[in-house]
Design a protein around this ligand. Structure first.
Ligand code: ASP
Length: 321
């Protein structure tokens, strides 16, 4: 487990590009990006979000940072989203802030930037979560940009994982039942997030993901579930990443907020949140980023990497994988 904490001067924004098996990703001959590319992208996302944070509120800043990551095609969100067992991208995203604004979308296919659609749900609808066709309809009606064709490496990875699954080869996937279901239906023929504290003391979180490779169509991960993949209140904003089923069962983001409520320090709260997830799902399952109203930041994960970093008025930091 790796935990990095710091007290900074607000405003501050923290960004992550997904907790996972980054060593395997960089060894994948079909993955065209290097460690430097990913670090450069995280830095760009932090810079763009921070630029917004200097003049606007935290909610808009976290959306901006996540949008940069969704647009990159390098991470598991937006254009670079993992494909489900049917070969389609179904994306989840969410936003929330300490003023009580919250919106999430699940299993959407239409928008290039699901995080913008989650913001729309928060600001323009009476609801908290909208999924599937209804959410896609909202995106279209509001003129959000449509998602284009994913990069080549996404299709190559899909084909390889699917063929490994069919041949019964060992993969990094934890799915045990999907192959049987996929045969029944006849199909066989990396999450991002940001948390911020603005100069007015508002905390916000945004998250977006393609979910986990070869998932069942319609599956929602932790990302659109309040308290699981994201949470913000007056004391802390949290985004989680990793194995969605475990994060959901352990209600990771809300659990972390409860530890803060009980006056646990942020470092310990992140550690306990990870341990709780590990009790449910074993090792290497989760990463979290968090910022408190006292301008303390935390980046923590138990996987072999989580490209991430932060920028505050007085300092900035980028994790070296
Ligand atoms: N948590 C996401 C999900 O399970 C995946 C990730 O964080 O990469 O949908």
């Amino acid at each position: 487990m790796r935990i990095i904490t710091s007290r900074v001067e607000p405003p501050v924004i923290v960004v992550h590009g997904g907790a996972g098996s980054w060593k395997r990703v960089f060894n994948d001959p079909d993955y065209p990006y290097s460690l430097q590319d990913i670090s450069g992208l995280i830095k760009k996302s932090i810079e763009e979000g921070y630029r917004v944070l200097e003049s606007k509120e935290a909610l808009l800043a976290v959306v901006e940072s996540v949008k940069v990551l969704e647009d990159s095609g390098m991470l598991n969100a937006g254009i670079g989203s993992a494909l489900n067992i049917a070969g389609e991208a179904e994306m989840d995203a969410a936003v929330m802030d300490s003023k009580g604004r919250v919106g999430a979308v699940g299993a959407v296919k239409y928008p290039r930037n699901p995080v913008q659609l989650a913001l729309l749900v928060a600001l323009e609808t009476d609801h908290v979560v909208i999924v599937g066709k209804g959410a896609d309809m909202l995106a279209e009606k509001y003129g959000l940009e449509q998602r284009g064709v994913p990069p080549d490496h996404i299709f190559k990875r899909y084909n390889r994982l699917l063929s490994d699954l069919i041949q019964g080869k060992e993969t990094e996937l934890r799915w045990k039942k999907i192959l049987k279901l996929a045969k029944l239906y006849g199909y066989i023929a990396d999450t991002v997030g940001a948390v911020a504290l603005d100069e007015n003391g508002t905390l916000a979180v945004a998250a977006s993901t393609g979910g986990i490779w070869l998932k069942h169509p319609g599956r929602l991960g932790d990302t659109p579930i309040i308290g699981a993949g994201f949470y913000a209140n007056e004391k802390v904003a949290v985004a989680a990443t990793g194995y969605g089923e475990v994060i959901t069962k352990s209600l990771a983001s809300r659990t972390l907020a409860e530890y803060i409520d009980r006056d646990m320090d942020l470092r310990e709260a992140c550690k306990q949140t990870i341990l709780r997830a590990e009790e449910i799902g074993g090792k290497r399952v989760i990463g979290v980023i968090a910022v408190t109203s006292e301008a303390e930041v935390c980046l923590a994960y138990d996987t072999d990497g989580m490209p991430s970093g932060y920028k505050a008025k007085d300092k900035e930091y980028l994790i070296e994988l």
